[in-house]
Ligand binder design. Structure first.
Ligand code: NCD
Length: 308
């Protein structure tokens, strides 16, 4: 299993490990629904969340996951820490290491930052998003959400729409879904499609959103990662919304049971029209709930727990 390892990306997991993580997470779901939301599995363990980029869902759910497993969780963000006084990543990490944490969860704008930390620290490192590289816990919670709806991942038609080039969510899902035998198609403006995508991830590129949504079981919309864009990738947001924004009428092209996903945060009226966010196909809040369970499973397994 993944016990004793770092989790830096979906690249390192095989389908058996992915299934074991998802089943363990499914078991943890009920803990969050109880009145007393706590099990003793990680009592006495210390978990640090180290966030150099903004986050609502990922950071909160890792913190809640640790707390619901009875670990001591401590949060640090770049603003408000010595990072804002000019301390290097290396020095920050060595300082944390001296405090003997068991796991460090890291989000950083540089691709490769999680691996950099993993090479320097005794604790297990979980990548909570490094630049445009990977965001494995997001892909796993997405896969859990899909598996709950369809009972499987194999053979499902998944459409990923939006800023593929800058999205670590897209990359981790492309890697993970291919390993699980899903059929992934993507639709994006040409400037937001990285070269070599089809060869690297066994996906299909669709000429437009309509084609990508035709008969899709799952539609995964992505936020434009404007913080990672240097220069003009798009004429303007209005034109993007007209061509790539997903509306109710567009969703009618999906499989009748098709679901709409988004990792959040959503820019209503840009990648999704406002009504589809809260519409009947939306599973966006299921993704959030599953996020806590998946992160409980990851912390539990990485710190030596047995899979379900
Ligand atoms: C994503 C991220 O940070 O990569 N958000 C998340 O973790 N739920 C997607 C995004 O910011 O667009």
């Amino acid at each position: 299993m993944i016990g004793g390892q770092h989790l830096l990306g979906m690249q390192q997991l095989d389908s058996e490990q992915i299934n074991a993580i998802l089943s363990t997470a499914q078991g943890f779901l009920q803990v969050s629904r109880r009145t007393i939301k706590k099990v003793p599995s990680l009592r006495g363990r210390t978990i640090i969340t180290l966030f150099y980029e903004a986050s609502t869902r990922t950071r909160m759910s890792f913190e809640l996951a640790g707390k619901r497993l009875s670990a001591d969780t401590v949060n640090i963000s770049a603003s408000g820490s010595s990072v804002s006084k000019g301390e290097s990543l290396h020095d920050t990490v060595m300082t944390l290491n001296a405090m003997q944490p068991d796991a460090v969860i890291v989000r950083h704008p540089a691709s490769g930052a999680a691996a950099f930390i993993a090479n320097r620290i005794d604790a297990r490192v979980l990548n909570a998003g490094d630049g445009q590289h990977e965001h494995p816990s997001q892909a796993l919670l997405d896969m859990l959400t899909i598996r709950q709806r369809f009972g499987k991942l194999e053979g499902l038609k998944v459409a990923i729409v939006g800023d593929i080039a800058h999205s670590r969510v897209a990359r981790s899902n492309l890697i993970g879904l291919a390993k699980m035998g899903a059929q992934v198609r993507v639709a994006a403006p040409k400037t937001l499609l990285p070269r070599g995508l089809v060869e690297a991830y066994q996906c299909t590129i669709c000429p437009n959103v309509e084609a990508a949504l035709e008969g899709a079981d799952v539609v995964m919309a992505l936020r434009l990662q404007r913080e990672r864009m240097e220069g003009a990738f798009l004429p303007n947001l209005r034109e993007y919304a007209i061509e790539y924004g997903i509306s109710t009428a567009m969703l009618d092209r999906c499989n009748p049971d098709g679901i709409l996903m988004h990792p959040g945060p959503v820019n209503r009226g840009v990648e999704l029209s406002p009504e589809v966010v809260d519409g009947p196909r939306s599973v966006i809040l299921d993704q959030v709930e599953n996020g806590v369970a998946v992160r409980m499973a990851l912390l539990y397994l990485i710190l030596g727990g047995e899979p379900a």
